[in-house]
Each structure stands twice: as C-alpha cells, then as structure tokens.
Design a protein around this ligand. Structure first.
Ligand SMILES: [Zn+2]
Length: 305
C-alpha cells in the first residue's frame, strides 16, 4: 500500500473536500444529535466575510440539534429555530472538546452543547448531561459561517442556488446524462468541467484526477468531445472514488473532530494523484503531471485517451 501525500494547498494546510465534510457530518450526528445548543461564542467578527452573530445565535441557542448534514462542502446544523451553515474553507477544523478552553490561536467560534444524558456517557454534575464544546479553528480564515431562520428555502440561498447536483444522491445514469448534456459544445477541459461546482459538486482535484484515470479519459480533453458512453463510465468512477474516500474517512483529513485522534486515514489507494514519475498501476508506464489553471493534474498517457 502506497501512502499518498496529504492534500494540501502547497503551504502545508489540508483542504477539506466532500468526503471529509461528509465524514465530519456523520461524526457530528453520532456525537451531537439531540444535544441542546447552549451557547455560540465568537472570538472574532469575521472569517471570509462578516458572521451574522445574532442570526447564528438565534438559529441555534436554546434548542436541540435535530439534524446535521452536508450539501457540497457545507456543513448544516439545524434546530427548530433555524439552520447554521458552515464551510471549513481551506484550513478549517472542528474540534470536539470538553470545555470552552483551551482556546487555540486560530479558534474563532465555539459552539457549546449539552449532550443528551446516557448511562454510558460520563456524568457531570449538571444534571446527567455532558457538555461538549465544538471549536471552529481556521488559521487562514477562508471559512464561512452564517445561519437562516427555520422555514428558509435553502436551495435559493446565495451559497447554494448555483450548485450542481450531489454526485452521490443521483444514479450514475442521471449524473452521466446531466454531465453529457451540460457539456455539449463546451471546449473547457473535462477535468475543469467536472471540478466546476455548478456542474456537479464535490469533485476536488484529487477526485477529478482519480475519476478520469478510472474512466480512461485524458484530463485535458474538451468536455464537449467526451461521449455519452464515456460520461457513463466517468459518472460511475466519480461515485466510486468519492464513496471509497468517504469509506476511508477522507483522504486528507488529519483530525476533524477529536484533537486526539480519529486520524483521517490515508488508506484510499490513489492511482495517479501525487504519483508523478511512478509506475501506472494498470500499464506500468510512467504517471505524468501537467499544470492546468495553476493546479497539478496527474494522468497516465497510455491509459487515458
Ligand atoms: Zn497506464
């Protein structure tokens, strides 16, 4: 098993992608669902943009967390009052801690919850429930946090309205049809096309490279020249790669919930990403690297047409 390098933006930060955010949502559901939100503490007013602090508090505080889910790379936390929408940006993390302190250098928001008491959980002197504090840490501050009141149509929200379909919520057939139709007449490279969130969400650089390898399609080919049959294979490859990454806990996560572990495993076997000059697992030729729009693209010149 080859251990790939973690995905970073070149400056040492990992970038949370769809699989990592999905794993985070699942972990939060397990740990937090049903817990009463007791506080939201802001240690600064803005991340990528100003955070509407009153709106966020009004949406969460005083009610149990009844739903936690993911849309694209956004994490959504819902109570009966409203829904908070959080994006980890390029370097964000959520850490689950026992207290509001210690506060790390780049901790910007702390969500306090009183977990539902269970006989298995350690008991505190606060009535049988245990407090949990979710620390939102983001050194580069590309993260985002906002909230909307209950009843808001999220699909019309500015952060969501232009997003394409969720690749794992539709059939391979439907995804293939969508990509094929949307790409007719387009000269943009197919890799850039599938990485465009308006076409389909969640296909980051690693997953685009790996999906195109599995589908045998060169990343630089014009999206409009990829056939319907090829989009069929590509759609299934995208689903396979993302599902495998979710199963492996995400390819690039170090610690998303607990500071002490839950290491995002690097167990996903990558075929081309980060393997420049190494041997292609299919044909034993060299894996090649190109740069597209300032992003590294990896492929096998023999296996991908
Ligand atoms: Zn090859």
């Amino acid at each position: 098993m080859i251990t790939p390098a973690p995905a970073t933006d070149g400056r040492g930060f990992f970038m949370p992608e769809l699989p990592e955010v999905e794993c985070l949502a699942r972990a939060l559901r397990e740990e937090m669902l049903g817990g009463q939100v007791t506080s939201v503490t802001f240690l600064r007013k803005d991340l990528r943009e100003a955070m509407p602090m009153d709106v966020i508090r009004a949406a969460l505080v005083g009610a149990p967390l009844r739903r936690v889910w993911r849309r694209s790379k956004y994490l959504l936390m819902e109570t009966e009052y409203g829904t908070a929408i959080l994006h980890l940006g390029m370097s964000g993390q959520l850490l689950s801690m026992d207290g509001p302190t210690p506060v790390k250098t780049h901790t910007h928001v702390i969500f306090g919850l009183k977990r539902k008491g269970s006989s298995a959980a350690p008991q505190n002197d606060d009535g049988g429930a245990r407090n949990v504090y979710l620390h939102f840490i983001d050194p580069r501050r590309f993260g985002r946090l906002t909230a909307v009141p209950a009843g808001t149509d999220l699909s019309a929200h500015p952060w969501f309205k232009d997003l394409g379909p969720e690749p794992l919520d539709v059939t391979g057939e439907a995804l293939a049809n969508h990509l094929w139709q949307a790409s007719r007449g387009r000269s943009v490279a197919v890799k850039a096309f599938i990485m465009n969130g308006a076409m389909v969400v969640g296909v980051g650089n690693i997953y685009a490279s790996e999906s195109l390898f599995l589908a045998g399609i060169r990343p630089a080919r014009a999206a409009g020249r990829v056939t319907r049959v090829e989009y069929g294979v590509l759609a299934e490859s995208i689903q396979k790669v993302l599902a495998a990454a979710i199963g492996a806990g995400g390819t690039s996560f170090r610690d998303y919930l607990h500071s002490d572990g839950s290491e995002g495993s690097y167990a996903l076997q990558l075929n081309v990403y980060g393997r420049t000059g190494q041997v292609c697992r299919k044909c034993l030729g060299p894996v090649r690297e190109m740069r597209h729009s300032n992003r590294a693209t990896f492929f096998c010149g023999a296996c991908q047409k």
